[in-house]
Design a protein around this ligand. Structure first.
Ligand code: UN1
Length: 509
């Protein structure tokens, strides 16, 4: 009932025409307005956005450089208080932000609730982290001197965010960079400019100065590339594809400037390993949740279920049954389990994959859809049975699950095959044998391991999230090492003797 009341509020919040434009003090508005359509029904215009041109990018960089020292000099506790104020504002306005996530990104209402919740959690978590890490740390101080280690902002940080968590990950990156004393230029994914714009407006209202946090919507080639190759940028936080992370890394390395820092969270080819001791009902429930929640558009989502052959027939049968129950359709309806994929390009890639699977694999199930999906970018959840992981040549970012059987003596080989993809983000394990669980945990080269539960939905501060190798650079978002990576360290040594000179004129070593 509570959720229904919220759904009513959310639908009531969906009015008017949202517009997202660059937020750059001193830049003149220019550029054509581009329509934003609803992924669930492409005939509906949700709002408009305006891309930043190169003069606006240049203005943003100048502003960011000029504004950073004063922001860095603001006590960390004051910066934290502003972020906490933003968290409170966001909590108070949840329905409108959920509505935006639903209309622009096709999020279901439960996903929208989780999205806003996670954004609030990130704001509070990094505020707390700033208070903790920015307190100067006393170091061993021999007689006559005092040594401290202090953190400071690196300078200008660029945050490039994904469309799949347009509010939560956007807010997380920006909050960490701001908390650490950087000025920030935020570039949202092109598919979710409206959500990004609304997030930045909220942070300004909470007290972040407009030149300290600027908003630059635009395409990767114009805006993203111009920012990442600019020597004035000290660091980049990026979440998205591995290929784009590589391009950013190359652009930063080619600059005639100080070596910048790249914090990247990228893709996965996430597996779920189930042995014959696992409980089939629980396994299927968790596999369905991990593979199809958010229409499979989470980098944490399960893509491959490795199931031991003794229970495989039963599990495949139950999986088909569970998938037949999935409701695919309007994300604004509380009864919907699976909404649309983000856009027609994403849909085309998935349809391409389905066409290839039709030739190379055995289809286990396809969820049913009705006429309500005719005008949106919907892909009915599907599962196929493969003979080898090598049949998957890329991350299929959507509701597509693949099943592979394994035999009792092949456990290490299964883990090695998963490691050999080079990705290392999430791994699910379903087993009731402690030795088996320990063996997999020890051998797997992945960032987040989930045992006997679903493998999505890492909670900020509770399950720090992020992968290895092709899946990202670390440190983990929502973990204790993330914020310090946005900062630089200063060791300050002060001579505390009254005379002012060195305590001893003879220095040893
Ligand atoms: C992503 O999809 O980019 O664990 C990250 C989860 C989310 C993070 C997903 N908290 O599913």
């Amino acid at each position: 009932a509570q959720l229904r009341a919220l759904a009513d509020q959310i639908n009531a919040a969906v009015t008017g025409d949202w517009t997202a434009a660059p937020l750059v003090p001193g830049a003149s508005a220019s550029g054509t307005k581009i329509a934003v359509t609803n992924p669930a029904d492409r005939r509906q215009t949700v709002g408009h956005w305006q891309a930043a041109d190169s003069a606006t990018v240049e203005q943003a960089l100048q502003n960011a450089v000029a504004a950073q020292p004063a922001w860095d000099a603001t006590p960390a506790a004051s910066r934290a208080a502003i972020l906490e104020h933003a968290a409170a504002l966001l909590e108070a306005r949840m329905p409108a932000y959920i509505a935006l996530c639903t209309k622009e990104a096709g999020k279901t209402i439960p996903d929208g609730v989780a999205e806003v919740r996670e954004a609030v959690d990130f704001l509070r978590y990094y505020a707390g982290q700033a208070r903790k890490h920015f307190a100067p740390e006393a170091l061993p101080s021999p007689t006559g001197e005092s040594n401290t280690l202090q953190l400071a902002g690196r300078g200008v940080f660029v945050c490039i965010s994904p469309w799949n968590f347009p509010l939560a990950i956007f807010m997380g990156q920006v909050a960490a960079a701001l908390a650490a004393g950087n000025s920030v230029i935020a570039k949202p994914a092109e598919q979710t400019n409206l959500v990004g714009y609304a997030a930045v407006k909220l942070l300004h209202e909470a007290g972040i100065p407009e030149a300290v946090l600027q908003f630059l919507p635009g395409d990767g080639a114009t805006v993203g590339a111009a920012l990442t190759r600019d020597p004035r940028v000290a660091g980049v936080a990026f979440t998205g594809s591995t290929d784009t992370a590589r391009a950013i890394n190359r652009a930063m390395a080619a600059r005639d400037a100080a070596i910048g820092v790249l914090i990247a969270e990228t893709g996965g080819q996430n597996a779920l390993i189930a042995d014959s001791s696992s409980l089939p009902e629980q396994l299927v429930k968790d596999a369905v949740s991990s593979a199809f929640t958010s229409a499979g558009q989470r980098c944490s989502a399960a893509r491959v279920l490795f199931v031991q052959d003794d229970i495989a027939d039963k599990v495949v049968h139950m999986l088909a049954g569970a998938m037949a129950e999935l409701k695919v359709g309007d994300p604004g309806l509380l009864s919907t389990d699976v909404g649309p994929v983000i856009d027609t390009d994403a849909l085309a890639l998935l349809e391409d994959h389905a066409a290839r699977m039709a030739k190379e694999a055995k289809q286990i199930a396809v969820a049913t859809t009705d006429d309500s999906v005719a005008h949106g970018s919907f892909f009915a959840p599907r599962a196929w049975e493969l003979t080898s992981l090598s049949q998957l040549t890329r991350e299929n970012f959507g509701p597509a699950l693949h099943v592979i059987r394994w035999k009792a003596n092949q456990l290490d080989q299964v883990v090695d095959t998963i490691n050999a993809t080079g990705f290392g983000l999430t791994l699910g394990i379903h087993s009731r044998i402690d030795e088996t669980i320990d063996r997999i945990v020890q051998r797997a080269k992945v960032g987040n391991i989930y045992v006997n539960r679903n493998q999505i939905g890492a909670v900020v501060g509770v399950q720090p999230f992020g992968g290895q190798n092709l899946s990202g650079t670390g440190p983990k978002a929502g973990g204790p090492h993330y914020l310090p990576r946005f900062a630089t360290e200063k060791t300050v040594t002060v001579n505390t003797t009254a005379a002012g000179g060195n305590a001893s004129l003879l220095t040893l070593g």
